[in-house]
Design a protein around this ligand. Structure first.
Ligand code: XMP
Length: 519
């Protein structure tokens, strides 16, 4: 379903590609609002006026089978420019009478060079002499549908970019949304501004007042409760709602004991003293630790932490009378990913517990002011709300906290050891001006002890794993390359200062195939 308003938008129809979100990101980065829906929601669109362009994403389906994911053909009659990407291009070709074959010979995965055959508005200023694009397909269009022309090709495939000028329909076999495609955003720029002729109107900071007004209108004199973690999302939610309804917002901070060193008290102080929020701090650390005793399975840990959090939050909130709303920091990627909303086929790798859990059990209405924003858009909002830089630009931190960074059984002693190691690591990143270059960094504690020697004494202690990744949105990531000097410094500092660790290792895996967190 589309958000109900009259904003001009580029509509993205998601056929289940892992990178569809990046299309929306690219478009919003260009100052244009975009929304994603699934094919089954196309029939619910009421107002086509506001849709200035449509993009059909990639996806795992194949038009070579009898049954494939599709959309009503009438959408092509609306005189709205359309761009198909990968599967989107194949679907266009199929619906207009072209021929698509699944072919081992024609398949292309990874980098390819694309060659220009003809000028097109879509490819203006796009081509470089060695134009690298990123491919991920086995099916290929082998016969061009009537009315279409070839704009570009690769050595494996004759039909890499196609267009139908009369119908204003375009297709690219590669993925311009991923950074491996050089100059990929030029394709979007051309589609948006030369073909769809949409104006740059999307400015996040200017949304602040609208969001505050929307909250005021919705909540009026009722009370809102909010779980504040100190992460950027819940902080921005709390500040926005506070601006709208002041003391009628009650923020609850549940200390799971699984946060980083000093983090909880620091955040509590900031919100209480600097922003004058109505914050209640609940220390539940012993309860979490005792429930997690001898739990080794990562998914079980996540479930225990998530469920206990909900229970405690629920119990505390019942102490307040007449609460009508529950505020959540749900972001646009959460909205896209929660299957009940989109029905998309992208698979879930780990159970992220911050979406959906709370409201089901509680009889409260939801208020989610960040539903339409990506993470870095939330940061821009945070800035506009004067949120402390240390919170606004803090690396992402998972809901289950250190619980999924202490591999295997969690004990109080291990939490303390890890907090110290992590504190040193993050401090050193800051001191060496590395923190902002890295998307996410943390220390983890491995479940094994190894032998070491300190002075003349044999030690038998834990191994600390350091992880630092660069990423755009956490969906894919590369490990950060530290200098030898920094590696020496950090390993030394941790081993010398943290009792309980005698070995430091650095994780050099990327995502995929690994994930960012270890559990
Ligand atoms: P993975 O490990 O799946 O992590 O590559 C991708 C990003 O998600 C964060 N993460 C979580 N965030 N609740 C959260 O709010 C969770 O349960 C959770 N698990 C992972 C992770 O830190 C990384 O930024």
């Amino acid at each position: 379903m589309l958000f109900q308003d009259n904003r001009e938008t580029i509509l993205i129809i998601d056929f289940g590609s892992q990178v569809t979100k990046l299309i929306a990101r690219r478009i919003r980065d260009l100052g244009v609002y975009s929304e994603i829906i699934t094919p089954r929601h196309v029939k619910t669109i009421k107002n086509y006026e506001r849709i200035k362009g449509i993009i059909l994403s990639g996806g795992p389906s194949t038009v070579t089978k009898e049954k494939f994911q599709s959309i009503p053909k009438q959408i092509f009659e609306k005189k709205i420019p359309i761009l198909g990407i990968c599967y989107g291009l194949q679907l266009i070709a199929k619906l207009f009478g072209g021929k698509i074959k699944s072919s081992f010979k024609r398949r292309e995965f990874g980098r390819e060079i694309v060659f220009k055959r003809k000028e097109s508005l879509l490819t203006k200023k796009f081509f470089n002499p060695n134009q690298v694009v990123w491919m991920s397909h086995e099916d290929a269009v082998v016969k061009l549908p009537k009315g279409f022309q070839i704009i570009a090709y690769t050595k494996n495939s004759k039909l890499t970019i196609i267009e139908n000028l009369k119908k204003n329909i375009y297709g690219v076999q590669f993925h311009p949304e991923v950074t491996h495609t050089i100059n990929g955003s030029q394709i979007f720029k051309n589609f948006l501004f030369l073909i769809c002729k949409i104006k740059k109107k999307w400015n996040i900071a200017s949304q602040k007042n609208r969001l505050i007004q929307d909250i005021k209108n919705k909540v009026q004199n009722d009370k809102v409760i909010c779980a504040l973690s100190g992460g950027v999302d819940s902080s921005v939610v709390a500040l926005l709602i506070n601006k709208a309804i002041k003391k009628n917002l009650i923020c609850i901070m549940v200390d799971t004991g699984l946060m980083r060193k000093n983090e909880f008290k620091y955040t509590y102080k900031i919100f209480k003293k600097k922003y004058k929020l109505n914050v209640i701090l609940i220390d539940a650390s012993n309860m979490f630790l005792s429930r997690l005793k001898n739990v080794f399975n990562p998914e079980k840990k996540r479930k225990i932490i998530g469920n206990l959090f909900v229970r405690i939050f629920e119990k505390e909130s019942k102490k307040f009378k007449k609460i009508k709303y529950l505020a959540q920091g749900t972001l646009y990627p959460d909205v896209i990913e929660s299957r009940s909303y989109t029905g998309s086929k992208t698979s879930k790798i780990k159970s992220h517990h911050n979406v959906g859990g709370l409201p089901k059990k509680m009889n409260l209405k939801l208020i989610e002011p960040l539903r339409e924003f990506f993470k870095d858009e939330v940061r821009v909002l945070g800035n506009a709300l004067n949120l402390s830089k240390s919170i606004c630009y803090r690396h992402p931190f998972p809901g289950p906290g250190l619980g999924i960074r202490i591999i295997g059984n969690i004990t109080k002693e291990k939490v303390k050891i890890l907090q110290e190691a992590d504190y040193i690591f993050i401090n050193e990143l800051n001191k060496n001006n590395l923190y902002d270059k890295i998307w996410q960094a943390y220390a983890a504690l491995l479940p094994m002890k190894t032998v070491g020697v300190m002075g003349d004494t044999r030690t038998y202690e834990y191994t600390c794993l350091l992880r630092a990744v660069v990423s755009e949105d956490g969906m894919t990531a590369d490990y950060y390359y530290f200098s030898k000097e920094f590696q020496d410094k950090i390993s030394n500092k941790i081993i010398n200062n943290v009792k309980g660790i005698n070995r430091v290792v650095y994780d050099i895996s990327s995502k995929p195939p690994s994930t960012i967190e270890l559990e």
